[in-house]
Design a protein around this ligand. Sequence first.
Ligand SMILES: *Cc1c(COP(=O)(O)O)cnc(C)c1O
Length: 434
Amino acid sequence: MLYHSTSKKAPAASLQEAVTRGLAPDGGLYMPEQTGRLGDDFFKRMYDMDLQEIALEVAVHFLGGDVPTGDLKRMICDTLDFPVPLVHIHDKLYTLELFHGPTMAFKDIGARFMARLLGYFTSRDRQELNVLAATSGDTGSAVANGFYKLPGIRVFVLYPKGLVSSIQEKQFTTLGENITAIEVEGTFDDCQAMVKRAFADEELNRRMKLTSANSINWARLLPQSFYYFWGVAQMGRSADDIVCAVPSGNFGNICAGLIAKRLGLPIVHFIAATNINDIVPQYLQTGRFNPRSSVATIANAMDVGKPSNFARIAELYDHSHQDISSDVEGFVCTDRQILATIKEVYANRKYLLDPHGAIGYRALKSYLDGHPSETGFFIETAHPAKFTEAVKNATGEDVALPPNLARFADGKKQTVELPATFDALKNYLNSEKR
Ligand SMILES: *Cc1c(COP(=O)(O)O)cnc(C)c1O
């Protein structure tokens, strides 16, 4: 299958080109030429299949022409070797817990699959690949752990010194092997600007093959569609009309859900739930898409002022505001409402939400209150122990550190310190290239 850019100015690309480039040369995001639909027989069998079996059929639908099924099967079994349970909370309200992976956030799934798909191409072609990622926390840990020890791939994670929580920092600075953590004397925006310049620098790109691991990569987006099918399969054949609420920042996660719907998955409606960075909810109401600087909130993995995957959603719906807003509605949540929700759901339902999931819960609860004949699940994107401070503020109790996170605590931090300039990064990368 070929991939085209949402900006329509770059030539069509093969799968390998699309996923090793990440961003198209015209600045657009790659989309498959066709989405198509999965067959009716799949939707009959789906309820009796497990997560890996479902994921394989969806992966073959998109990637089957480019990667042998046996290799896809191996990638999926390696990526999804942890449970993704649908948990009942109350009444007809459920959550799909995506936080049982190695860094306890849903980004594990996209990062692990992307790592294995790139690894397939580099080992087949005996290439070396260098992944650059700027992070304010979650992306760096998911990407570093996803690519850890993969042959032929080196990873450089840039992060702002002193501005990442210590649990998060440990998750990508203690690994060693093919993972290098670069501590930048600047902000997250500085890190991102350095990475962007690196991709645009011809001389550097002649010397080393560079790729980006952020959420604009198709290889990270596609595997996120798998779990929507699995969520619906766990609801069962006889469930009422299903709605799904997705806590959203860059809108990759919900975009994958909308792709699943396009393939025929019976989810009647999506709710795009954001913190006060409500660019997309505003668009859904007014038809005007006005990106602006992000504002810091306690659901900080969703502090995004220019949601990059929105370009894919717009294209999926042929830029029709009417069509998008008939499938998706927005919901906005303040920090106070997040804290109140964590507190209330913990007290009354004995379920501990993280700040991102709390936004999803509140959005779904409010929707279901007005639509009693429907049922739904929201996506829980991170384990509450990743956001101990906010959760303790809400409930007054400490959150125990689960073993997956505790195992990083004793590791030794190893970093390279650089000033926040592109020249410093370029010199460092050049000195690393043997
Ligand atoms: C990245 C992230 C999100 C937002 O996901 P998008 O795909 O960017 O919309 C939500 N919650 C958590 C915990 C995240 O790490």
